[in-house]
Ligand binder design. Structure first.
Ligand code: GAL
Length: 678
């Protein structure tokens, strides 16, 4: 199969030879009368828009009945965009099935855990494993690819839309059949499955695969390994669907790269994107800013992880918002400067395209109160003025296009299995939040001004001076070996509470916690230490722990205590430890400290590991610094994390965009300088 070109890195029909930062949005012209389209392209040109995602929710228009097809309107839109120099990221249009399909084939509709049907009327009402849905959807994909294969406006294919956003977990009979096939491939025999699932517990021993169901609503806690495998299967089922659309597109249009928009954001956890990334020709992501105390850090975390899922290669920010969303309980607009800051933060972490949901704010439908590039107020509005200004600014950042996110000195491991397994039911506490713990470590790194990558757990760790593994709950033997090798090779590992507890089958590693990592860390925990709501314990560094506080026993002679409890049942016992291993080390933090409590412990561990901030002291915590590199050139992004001006004169480099001296609240400056050699 031909590998589609990823130019430097997409072809923009208007300027095919010149790299350009992509700028645009989801464009839904079918919601508007024809005359608005002319106004749209006029405003797109004014804003510097050079790419739009088209036809995402157009199935009902393109195929209004089983045997009726209507491409004329789409032909016209694509031609109009092309005539105006705007490239098209063309959706396969399969995201939301049309009424005739759901009416004729209700067996495509997803079923919830308690057996309810998810009816049509919203979107994404299809079972990932439905053969009937596949038949119809893949027919549409084929029709789209055949029709537009030679159109010069098409710069990429956009498979479906946010696969799994609403339909990741389907408990239907189709899902049950596909789950059995998946399990048969994974385990080979029912006895192996029985061992893996520990089915001698509660009389669950199976004699045939046909007896197995998805973990439907049950009388009590469903089998945990069945639950974990169902999560793995559900991610794989959608990945398989993605492949099927992609293979058709690659066959018919081998020259056009294929992507799909991931949702590396917030608590969206059903899809293991680290595992999906190899299936697309370039990674795309959607991110929505949800106001809150760590909102700016969460945006950076998401962009950072996306950049590392993309293995440092540039990626495409497919959606974010110019201002308010519509799906929070209270949807506040973005503060002045935030539109630009949010976009440029994604660029800092490797995005080479900045796109929004959506171009023109809808008049009707569930998202009519969601912001857009052209708001209800029209072009005479602060949002559109900001949009035009950002378009001009991005055009001035063309040199950044194609540069790579530079590796950081430290890393945070992010592991989907651990996310899934650690938050399952019947655990020591249901208060534990995997993503929040990882984000707290990230915030602590930002507060200290130390760059850290958020990397999938399969990433190569060589080169990182410090690696933090927050709640690395699921540790198969292979991962344990990699972590041991990292440490014996001089690396410095930090694991948090509830790490190393189970293997890939969610079976406990015996002999004392933290199981798989106990030997490496040189510690032993005999009972977990969840805390009740409202309870906290003090530590001798002046901080305190909530939610979780392990009583840590250290191995004599080998392991130093970094921090101790000063109150509660464990007063006097170790809460944080460090074992020196040759030039490296293995440290443990056995309590939930929150970002403020993590910061002093992390400062200590980073100093011992020789990992330091690259920022002048007065900027640490105030500014996030992110680096992209292209040959000998380094692009330095300085992002103001605060609502106050920050003096950035102490950072070297020539300003490409943004302020020279005082970085305004919520502002970003991009500088360029020669890569410094150590
Ligand atoms: C995304 C989706 C878009 C739109 C947007 C609103 O999940 O892909 O179609 O719904 O959210 O924030």
């Amino acid at each position: 199969m031909t590998t589609p070109p990823t130019h430097r890195w997409l072809r923009w029909p208007s300027e095919p030879e010149r790299p350009r930062m992509g700028y645009g949005a989801d464009y839904n012209p079918e919601q508007w009368p024809r005359e608005v389209w002319d106004e749209d392209v006029r405003l797109m040109r004014e804003a510097g828009v050079n790419v739009v995602s088209l036809a995402i929710f157009s199935w009902a228009r393109l195929q209004p009945e089983r045997d009726q097809w209507n491409f004329a309107w789409l032909d016209e839109v694509i031609d109009l965009l092309h005539a105006n120099g705007i490239a098209v990221d063309l959706a396969t249009a399969t995201a939301s099935p049309p009424p005739w399909l759901a009416t004729e084939h209700p067996e495509i509709l997803p079923v919830t855990q308690d057996g309810s049907t998810l009816w049509p009327g919203a979107r994404q009402h299809w079972r990932p494993t439905s053969p009937v849905f596949r038949e119809h959807a893949l027919k549409l994909v084929t029709a789209m690819a055949e029709r537009y294969k030679d159109h010069p406006a098409i710069c990429a294919w956009h498979v479906s839309n946010e696969l799994g956003c609403h339909n990741i977990y389907d408990y239907s009979d189709d899902a049950a059949a596909a789950f059995r096939t998946w399990l048969t491939e994974r385990y080979g025999s029912i006895d192996v499955l029985n061992d893996a699932w520990g089915t001698d517990f509660w009389s669950q021993r199976y004699t045939r695969f046909e007896q197995i169901l998805p973990p439907r609503q049950a009388a009590s806690h469903p089998n945990p390994t069945q639950q974990l495998d169902f999560k793995r299967f559900s991610s794989d089922a959608l990945k398989q669907y993605l492949r099927e659309e992609r293979d058709i597109l690659h066959r018919i249009t081998p020259e056009i790269p294929v992507t799909t928009n991931f949702m590396v954001m917030g608590e969206t956890k059903g899809m293991d994107y680290a595992d999906w990334a190899a299936e697309v020709d370039f990674v795309s992501n959607d991110h929505y800013f949800v106001p809150g105390p760590q909102a700016v850090d969460e945006l950076s975390f998401s962009a950072n992880l996306t950049g590392n899922i993309a293995a440092g290669k540039p990626w495409f920010l497919m959606e974010h918002s110019t201002s308010a969303v519509n799906w929070q309980p209270i949807n506040t607009p973005k503060k002045p400067g935030a539109l630009r800051r949010d976009s440029l933060t994604h660029v800092a972490h490797g995005a080479d395209a900045v796109c929004y949901f959506q171009w023109r704010q809808s008049r009707a439908g569930a998202e009519k109160f969601h912001s857009a590039m052209v708001p209800h107020a029209g072009e005479d509005s602060p949002i559109f003025r900001d949009v035009v200004a950002l378009g001009q600014e991005l055009a001035g950042l063309s040199d950044v296009v194609g540069s790579r996110r530079s590796a950081a000195p430290a890393a945070i491991l992010f592991d989907w299995d651990s996310w899934w397994a650690s938050e399952q039911d019947s655990h020591p506490t249901d208060r534990l939040r995997y993503k929040q713990e990882a984000l707290d470590w990230y915030t602590a790194f930002l507060d200290l001004g130390i760059r850290a990558d958020v990397v999938p757990s399969a990433a190569d760790l060589t080169g990182y001076g410090l690696v933090v593994a927050p709640i690395l709950h699921t540790v198969p033997a292979e991962l344990r070996t990699r972590l041991e090798e990292y440490v014996s090779g001089g690396g410095n590992l930090v694991a948090s509470y509830f790490s190393g507890i189970t293997d890939e089958n969610d079976h406990i590693w015996l002999g004392g916690y933290p199981g798989a990592l106990a030997e490496l860390l040189g510690i032993r925990i005999e009972e977990f230490g969840p805390l009740l709501d409202g309870e906290s314990v003090s530590l001798d560094n002046g901080t305190s722990a909530t939610t979780w506080a392990d009583r840590v026993h250290t191995r004599a002679g080998d392991v130093a205590t970094l921090v101790r409890y000063t109150s509660g049942e464990h007063a006097g016992a170790a809460a944080g430890t460090r074992r020196a291993v040759g030039a490296g080390s293995a440290a443990y933090v056995g309590a939930r400290l929150g970002s403020e409590g993590i910061a002093p412990v992390l400062a200590d561990l980073a100093a011992r590991a020789g990992v330091t901030s690259e920022l002048p002291e007065e900027l640490r915590g105030e500014v996030e610094q992110v680096l992209r590199t292209d040959g000998g050139t380094e692009y330095v992004f300085l992002i103001n994390r605060t609502d106050a001006p920050v003096d950035i004169t102490g950072v070297e480099g020539e300003t490409v965009t943004g302020e020279d001296a005082k970085l305004a609240p919520r502002s970003v400056t991009v500088r360029t300088r020669a890569v410094r050699t150590a």
